[in-house]
Design a protein around this ligand. Structure first.
Ligand code: GDP
Length: 367
């Protein structure tokens, strides 16, 4: 067996097999005198950070370090996957440190959405989950929307201290930090890495003017995220880069909508009414009769009803049924990681079938 080679940047053991795991490097990099993993290479040469997932254990160690340090915790979540972005117990790890909640991917929201309503909902959900957020901001790291305000808020709330940016994988944390680096630091060669105590993983240290730093912590994989059930090309289809176009369906009782093969919406009771579907424009919606829905799903999953298809069919979980009776006003039925369906009027009974582990919940309509 050959000796393991460690990355001279972060100390991770280099490997050439798994692009997504720590220490990945192209084979040629292993020949170098100062071998670097791809992540450190990109950081050194382009000042660009790349996401790297890590084990739950390492992640907990890192979070403990954050709790023991004094500073502002910037918690990045995906507004389309609020629950899938949630780090359980974060409030405990944050300790006494203030938390700024940043909802990313605001560019995907249709114009009809009232941002204040979304912020209020996020703040209330966070509170339910035990986290007091000092403030909630909405940004598009992709387009740069709200980044200036985020920088100002970070500067105000950190009160001269360090900043720790945390988040699950896929929420856009790397894109967020890269934006901040470009805006705060310009393109200069200022980023360094240092080790998290007790782990092989580095944290990225972006120095601030007053000697303090912004630390990027590696992302944790939340296994309930819809994202982990799909392959990368399918994931692209369900997380679009473009603003969502709401689609209105007039349904009778006993009709079903399939959202690709990922979820199913059954209209059970309440007379003919309109529902507005807010999901990726790329995902096909099929309407059918409720009585045919089970057999349609078993016959056409992976073909007409896709994604999932091909390889991702193998590990795809069964759909679990969630029934809701809509009592008040306009209500959104939120399917974490996918989008939401607005029920225009109260007094309707609905069932949503979503992959096991994926959260389905109600919230007051954002429109
Ligand atoms: P990380 O794993 O949290 O570091 O996430 P990345 O920064 O790698 O982003 C995950 C995915 O979300 C990528 O496909 C990004 O292009 C996309 N993404 C990140 N930020 C935004 C955003 O503001 N809007 C949109 N539409 N997509 C984004």
């Amino acid at each position: 067996m050959t000796e393991p080679i460690a990355c001279t940047g972060c100390g991770a053991i280099l490997q050439t097999e798994d692009e997504k795991a720590p220490g990945f490097a192209p084979a040629a990099a292993l020949e170098s005198e100062m071998p670097l993993c791809r992540r450190c290479f990109r950081l050194r040469n382009y000042n660009e950070i790349q996401p790297v997932p890590l084990t739950d254990d390492d992640f907990l160690k890192i979070l403990n370090t954050v709790g023991d340090s004094k500073g502002l915790v910037v918690y990045v979540v995906d507004i389309f996957d609020f629950n899938g972005s949630w780090i359980p117990g974060l409030h405990r790890f944050a300790g006494k440190n203030p938390v700024l909640l940043v909802g990313n991917k605001v560019d995907l929201l249709p114009k009809s959405v009232k941002e204040q309503k979304l912020k209020n909902w996020m703040k209330a959900e966070a509170k339910k989950l035990g986290l007091h957020a000092e403030d909630v901001l909405l940004v598009s790291s992709f387009k740069g929307t709200g980044i200036g305000q985020a920088i100002e808020e970070i500067d105000r709330l950190r009160e001269g201290g360090d900043v720790f940016v945390v988040g699950c994988t896929n929420v856009g944390k790397s894109t967020f930090i890269n934006r901040i680096i470009k805006q705060v630091a310009g393109e200069g060669d200022i980023i360094t890495t240092s080790h998290f105590p007790g782990t092989t993983l580095d944290m990225i240290d972006i120095p601030l003017d007053d000697g303090k730093s912004i630390f990027d912590t590696p992302g944790i994989i939340n296994h309930h995220q819809m994202a982990h059930y799909l392959d990368p090309s399918e994931l692209k289809a369900i997380t679009p880069k473009k603003e969502i176009k709401p689609k209105v369906f007039q349904l009778n009782e006993g009709q079903t909508l399939f959202l690709g093969g990922l979820s199913r919406f059954d209209y059970l009771q309440g007379g003919r009414t309109a529902f507005t579907v807010h999901i990726s424009n790329a995902l096909e919606i099929h309407r059918t009769k409720l009585e045919n829905a089970d057999s349609l799903y078993s016959r056409h999953l992976g073909e007409m009803l896709a994604p999932p298809s091909g390889k991702s069919l193998e590990g795809f979980p069964r759909l679990v049924r969630h029934e809701f009776s809509i009592k008040e006003g306009k209500t959104d039925i939120v399917i974490s990681g996918l989008g939401w369906i607005t029920v225009q009027q109260p007094g309707k009974v609905i069932a949503v079938h979503a992959p096991e582990g994926v959260e389905v919940m109600l919230r007051p309509s954002l429109i």
